[in-house]
Design a protein around this ligand. Structure first.
Ligand SMILES: NC(=[NH2+])NCCC[C@H](N)C(=O)O
Length: 412
């Protein structure tokens, strides 16, 4: 039976100031042989360029090992998404109206400037913590593109978390359901090719057709109390990377309006018997992306959204985990932000772990900062609230390329 509201001490390596290397390089049963993290561990300059020659370009097994290199999104060229049922059913109703009117236009300066200022601060914070920051190339997302079946404008590259999934030393481009995101990974081609050249495994899931057969024409958002419904059919596999989170050999996924069961099955088969993929049922009626619902923060510790997750229905593998119930988000009063956010209020949960103690969290959400502290984490407050019109916060805005650690099972 899961325990609730754990005491601070559990499962956190209680050593050392967080900036130093972890005391144990968890003497794992099953490290990936070619990539044992040992050489760089403990050397003072392990984060810096000096270590770059030895470091594998892509290696990240979970959401909490010490972060060494990360991709951070970019706002340049951001364009209001083209009209599509997969877009409008996943964003708050008022923002959906505005989006319908302004589709294909650039985001207004008023939204860009304040988000950019916060993004710059976030990047500075990561760099000051010794993390190498990589960026996508700037792209003009107003450009139209087409396939034989449809055409669309682009969207933006604010959220690298959504279009690429890192599992161990592999980086997977995911088959996204929003037509406006079809070519999103092109902004990362220079980065991907560089990682490939230096030894990463680079994969793209089968490119979806995104024709009408994928979208249920009778779909409407279920009312409270009605059974859950999803926009997507099983016409072909689609998924966003951000519907998955990683905890070593276990991955957790939410089925959503951008991730269908075929998409989950594709990834399960692709990863093979070395991994287990567990579904987390979300009660969110417009589900899209797991990282405001279920966020593993440390070995055996997961932050859950009490509105979306029924803690009594979590997969059995979590029975020995600490279930940390997220406190209510602090209300957002800024009207412009409220009507333009593409996200719900639970972005307070969208935190980024620097290691299994230090957690970058939104300065505005004081309830969350306090809760993290009471659970024994060290919150690092930062501002990124005005990024919400572009699709997320700290977790969405990043993609960890390298975290120092080995492949472990945390559920046995
Ligand atoms: N990786 C992301 N872009 N996550 C954003 C999660 C947004 C989520 N649909 C919400 O509204 O709360």
């Amino acid at each position: 039976m899961p325990r609730f509201r754990s005491e601070p001490s559990l499962a956190v390596a209680t050593s050392a100031p967080p900036a130093t290397a972890p005391t144990t390089d968890p003497g794992g049963r099953t490290g990936t042989p070619s990539t044992t993290g040992t050489p760089a561990t403990g050397s003072p300059g392990a984060h810096g360029p000096a270590a770059a020659t030895a470091a594998p370009p892509v290696l990240s097994h979970n959401e909490w090992d010490p972060l060494e290199e990360v991709v951070v999104g970019r706002l340049d060229g951001a364009t209001i998404p083209s009209r599509h049922p997969a877009v409008s059913c996943n964003i708050p109703p008022f923002a959906a109206k505005l989006q319908g009117l302004a589709a294909g236009f650039r985001y207004p300066r008023a939204l860009l400037d304040r988000a950019q200022e916060e993004l710059d601060g976030f990047i500075a914070l990561l760099e000051s913590a010794g993390v190498t920051v990589r960026r996508p190339d700037p792209v003009d997302h107003r450009q139209r593109f087409s396939t034989p079946d449809w055409s669309s404008h682009g969207f933006c590259t604010a959220c690298p978390r959504d279009c690429m999934l890192v599992v161990g030393d592999e980086i997977i481009e995911t088959p996204m359901a929003w037509p406006c995101r079809y070519f999103e990974t092109h902004a990362y081609r220079a980065l991907l090719k560089d990682c490939f050249r230096r030894g990463a495994r680079w994969t793209a899931a089968p490119r979806p057709q995104l024709t009408d057969e994928l979208f249920d024409p009778d779909f409407r958002i279920p009312r409270p109390g009605e059974p859950m419904r999803y926009l997507l059919t099983e016409f072909e596999p689609v998924f966003d990377a951000a519907d998955f989170v990683r905890a070593g050999r276990d991955l957790f996924v939410t089925r959503s309006n951008v991730t269908n069961l075929s998409g989950i099955e594709w990834l399960r088969r692709h990863l093979g018997p070395g991994y287990r993929v567990h579904e987390i049922h979300s009660r969110c009626r417009t589900p899209m992306h797991i990282d405001t619902t279920f966020m593993p923060l440390a070995p055996g510790r997961v932050l859950v959204n009490p509105e979306y997750v029924d803690v009594d229905r979590l997969p059995d593998v979590l029975r020995n985990w600490d279930i940390l119930v997220a406190p209510p988000p602090d209300p957002i009063r800024d009207r412009l932000l409220k009507v333009t956010s593409l996200c719900g209020k639970w972005l307070s949960m969208n935190v980024l772990m620097l290691d299994e103690r230090r957690v970058v969290a939104e300065r505005h959400h004081t309830g969350m900062l306090r809760a993290l502290e009471s659970w024994g984490f060290e919150p690092v407050p930062c501002d990124l609230m005005h990024y919400a019109p572009f699709g997320g916060s700290f977790h969405c805005a990043t993609l960890d390329l390298r975290r120092r650690g080995t492949l472990e099972s945390y559920t046995d």
